[in-house]
Design a protein. Structure first.
Length: 82
């Protein structure tokens, strides 16, 4: 789980995976997916269990920071999106 001090945009170029905001259902990612992530929204994104996920992450710095890392995604959280 992490946040960004500025808007982040994910562009999936290959594979499949998941994007999830804290407290919301996960969104399936696939080649061509574009996900705009608002400032300060706690989220995670990663590959599905059976695929790689290749993506471009466009993130701007604010006050010399591009990300604030929170807690790791638990096995239970990851497994619940499949």
């Amino acid at each position: 789980w992490h946040t960004h001090p500025s808007v982040q945009t994910l562009i999936v170029t290959e594979g499949e995976g998941w994007y999830q905001e804290r407290g919301k259902e996960a969104v399936k990612l696939q080649t061509g997916s574009v996900i705009p992530i608002p400032v300060g929204v706690e989220h995670w994104h990663g590959a599905s269990k059976d695929s790689k996920l290749v993506h471009i992450a466009i993130t701007n710095f604010k006050d010399n920071s591009a990300v604030t890392w929170m807690t790791p995604v638990t096995d239970q959280e990851y497994s619940s999106v499949h």
